[in-house]
Design a protein around this ligand. Structure first.
Ligand SMILES: [Zn+2]
Length: 232
């Protein structure tokens, strides 16, 4: 094999590794975003549960106030009953007092129901909080794994780049330029094997004269079809 081809194959190996690592690094932000998205759902559930609990408590307080208002009215009516001397007036007041008492009973029933609901809502809030804590742990550990991978990828990439730089110094600059152009435009494959006169890059048959030149190994020869550098 031509020594230039040997060196280019090493360069290509480093370049392919760097390309793959770049793709791996580029994917990490998406993975981080997906992990955080799961946490967002758990957070939303806690917020909804908190607001349900609060809303229920507001309802309970409102009923409490309605009961107090009616109790005040009853007290007032009972005082007026003590002062009136007319039987009809007394009876009318008695009727109003009974109405208020019925209303209070109904309100107390509603209040009891809301308190039972409150217990259920508090239970749901506890569950939502527990889920959030659990998810937070899982997501934290996922994020730290992703961060660790980023460090590894970045370090590996730096090693390959360093290695590539050293090897590139030994290659003729024009040949390296040619290689770089092909590597960029031909999907990270610039140097490829000729097998049975067929280029492994584009899978087309080369002309007999090209095949002859590749086998002769006297100069760097490229594929007639795709322009990739060939070796046999
Ligand atoms: Zn080809």
């Amino acid at each position: 094999m031509l020594p230039e081809i040997e060196q280019l194959l090493i360069i290509q190996d480093r370049d392919q590794n760097i390309t793959k690592l770049n793709a791996d690094i580029d994917r990490l932000p998406l993975e981080e975003e997906q992990a955080k998205q799961r946490l967002k759902k758990a957070n939303e559930l806690v917020e909804t549960s908190q607001s349900n609990v609060k809303e229920n408590e507001v309802q309970i307080s409102k009923i409490e106030l309605d009961i107090e208002t009616r109790k005040d009215s009853i007290t007032k009516l009972k005082n007026q009953q003590l002062e009136t001397k007319k039987n009809e007036e007394f009876a009318a007041m008695e009727h109003s007092i009974n109405n208020y008492q019925d209303e209070i009973s109904a309100l107390e029933d509603d209040q009891l129901q809301l308190m039972e609901n409150g217990e259920e809502l508090n239970k749901l809030l506890d569950e939502a909080n527990q889920n959030l804590t659990k998810d937070q742990k899982v997501v934290d550990s996922e994020l730290s794994i992703i961060s660790e991978r980023r460090n590894q990828f970045t370090k590996k990439k730096a090693d390959f780049e360093e290695d590539r730089k050293k090897i590139a110094l030994e290659i003729d600059p024009d040949l390296l330029d040619q290689y770089n152009r092909i590597f960029k435009s031909k999907k990270s494959l610039a140097v490829t094997e000729l097998i049975n006169d067929i280029c492994s890059g584009c899978h087309m048959k080369v002309t007999p004269s090209t095949a002859g030149m590749v086998r002769a190994e006297k100069s760097v020869t490229t594929c007639d079809q795709c322009g990739r550098i060939l070796y046999s």
